[in-house]
Design a protein around this ligand. Structure first.
Ligand code: HEC
Length: 194
């Protein structure tokens, strides 16, 4: 193969790779955790997300928030695996990224701050599931809220709502836009995304 041909081939390969990363997942990659909508445009509740890539568990307990945290549970956060693979490769969240945040109640403890004593020490431990929020990246569909759709499937024990309508910017997107480090995602709180 002559040198020019080789360079051309390299360019095609590189450009092809770039297209996948910027325009989202290749067709065959849209499998696990892809967003599905009903006829009215509501997002159907993602299934099987506890087997996606677990990226972290922020915790804002009542004991550290004057007894009344907005979300006193663990926040277990998962990303659909195909999107995660693209993020690892490119540092960008591709179109079709789905992020679920499941709230998990703390096991009740006897200490005033809600912590309990375990064989490993005094601390906070996960109890029951208690709610779910979801973000979906789709720059066209959710252009009005920064390219991500935000959905609340309920703040209660499962089963969560079967479907959810996109929340208005004031409910969700505004805070993420103002405070999150990268593309409306709070990557600063997940070492695996840094
Ligand atoms: C006042 C600011 C604020 C509002 C309003 C808000 N969030 Fe968040 N959200 C955060 C912060 C901070 C985190 C990460 C740390 C944590 O979970 O405590 C987060 C995390 C998330 C995550 C995990 C991905 C990430 O970026 O960390 C999802 C999914 C999410 N929020 C969805 C929603 C939805 C849906 C709504 C509206 C119903 C909403 N959020 C409203 C501040 C906010």
């Amino acid at each position: 193969m002559n040198r020019v041909l080789k360079a051309g081939l390299m360019a095609v390969l590189l450009f092809g790779g770039l297209l996948v990363s910027l325009s989202g997942l290749a067709e065959g990659e849209r499998r696990i955790g892809a967003a599905v909508y009903d006829a009215g445009g509501n997002l159907l509740r993602p299934e099987g997300f506890r087997e996606w890539v677990f990226i972290g568990a922020p915790l804002t307990p009542n004991g550290l928030n004057n007894g009344s945290a907005g979300f006193p549970e663990f926040h277990h956060v998962y990303v659909n695996p195909d999107a995660f693979a693209v993020y690892r490769r490119t540092g960008l969240f591709p179109e079709g990224t789905v992020v679920t945040k499941e709230l998990v109640l703390l096991k009740p403890g006897l200490h005033p701050d809600g912590s309990l004593d375990a064989p490993s020490g005094r601390g906070f431990f996960a109890g029951r599931y208690n709610g779910m929020d979801v973000m979906v990246k789709d720059s066209q569909r959710f252009a009005e809220t920064g390219g991500w759709g935000f959905f609340n499937f309920g703040h209660q024990a499962p089963p969560y709502s079967k479907s959810a309508a996109a929340a208005p910017a004031a409910d969700c997107a505004g805070c993420h836009q103002a405070n999150a480090e990268k593309d409306m995602m709070f990557t600063q709180y997940y070492p695996i995304l840094q």
